[in-house]
Design a protein around this ligand. Structure first.
Ligand SMILES: [Fe+2]
Length: 360
């Protein structure tokens, strides 16, 4: 067994401002990487800017990372960062900004390499330091080595073959306060998918089970919040963030499995948000697992049985349905590596059943 999580992580209110000295110790000129306006609205960006200004660290801001960030965006960030002379990256936002920051850190360090370098297998991840400030409660990217990018040349979405752990993760649950319910739901379902796919995983061991089970217990406390029946308190936001971070720590050990692998086609071709797309396949994935393990996964997350989860998912996904042609495509395009992480024998027939569980 092994457990490798080389990220210094703080989860607390005000953690960006509380740890200004550690942020400043990681470089002399920063590139902040974020998307849209949400990091402005939730206060995370101004916290980072205030800390850098207070520490006398000049910075440049790249604030147009799109959902499902592309390799082209990573190269634009690299160009801006090199023009400015940045020597460290700070990702602020949801998974897209955090993943883009990791890939940018690789390309800034390897300044003479072109876009193809992102996919060159076998190279160690030689990077400039990365700090990640999550503002959603699903990705876990602040504690994983994974960067998922969309490649428009090949029309594919997937992880690049580098392990890029951030140096520092700063998870402040206050940033979740301004999330719309739909984003809270989508990202929390992503966290749940990470936890379930870690628990039900061919690589799972007692260490990864430890983080996955603790994460599922934290997740279970938020069901009423996600149903929209109860307004979230700061304690609830803290639980949601905890579940997300523990989900990240779990997949950092064992990797995600079939639902994540199937989800990419839904996001790429139908624009279905990542967490919602993963959630679509969870019932099918759980239903083929060992019965005892399936029941444990469900009860840790606060569900009576599979139908209880199916009903909950249908509610929080606004009764998502997926066209059968797209499901076929998702099955055909599933990476072998994801299938290998299912802890049960999985052929085309089983895959098809997993993909269509909610369509029956
Ligand atoms: Fe995910």
């Amino acid at each position: 067994m092994k457990f490798y999580m080389p990220v210094k992580l703080y989860q607390e209110e005000n953690c960006v401002r509380n740890h200004a000295a550690e942020i400043a110790s990681l470089g002399t000129r920063a590139v902040i990487i974020t998307g849209g306006s949400s990091s402005r609205k939730n206060g995370s960006l101004s916290d980072v800017e205030t800390v850098l200004e207070g520490s006398g660290i000049p910075f440049t801001l790249f604030d147009s990372v799109e959902q499902n960030p592309s390799t082209d965006t990573v190269m634009k960030i690299r160009d801006q960062a090199l023009d400015f002379g940045a020597d460290f990256c700070i990702g602020v936002g949801g998974g897209s900004s955090l993943d883009a920051a990791k890939a940018a850190a690789l390309m800034i360090k390897n300044r003479d390499r072109n876009i193809d370098y992102l996919y060159e297998k076998g190279n160690p991840a030689d990077i400039v330091p990365v700090i990640e400030v999550p503002t959603t409660c699903g990705t876990g990217s602040e504690v994983t080595a994974v960067s998922v990018l969309t490649n428009h040349r090949t029309n594919t979405k997937g992880s690049i073959p580098y392990k890029i752990f951030p140096a520092l993760g700063l998870a402040d649950p206050r940033y979740l306060r301004s999330l719309p319910l739909s984003v809270l739901r989508n990202t929390a379902v992503d966290a749940l998918a990470h936890l379930w796919e870690s628990l039900i995983n061919a690589q799972a061991d007692r260490y990864s089970d430890m983080t996955a089970e603790a994460g599922l217990k934290a997740w279970a406390l938020n069901r009423d919040i996600l149903s929209g029946e109860v307004r979230a308190s700061d304690k609830d936001f803290s639980n949601l963030m905890t579940a997300s971070v523990l989900g990240g720590m779990s997949i950092a050990q064992v990797g995600t499995s079939i639902p994540h692998g199937l989800s990419y086609a839904l996001t790429l071709n139908a624009g279905i948000p990542h967490g919602r797309a993963c959630g679509f396949f969870e019932a099918g994935y759980l239903s083929h697992a060992d019965k005892e393990l399936c029941n444990r996964a469900l009860s840790l997350a606060g569900f009576k049985d599979l139908d209880d989860w199916r009903e909950f998912y249908s509610e929080v996904s606004d009764q998502l349905t997926v066209d059968d042609d797209l499901l076929c495509r998702a099955v055909d395009e599933l990476p072998e590596s994801k299938m290998a992480l299912a802890p049960y024998k999985c052929d085309k027939k089983i895959l098809s059943e997993i993909a269509r569980d909610l369509s029956r």
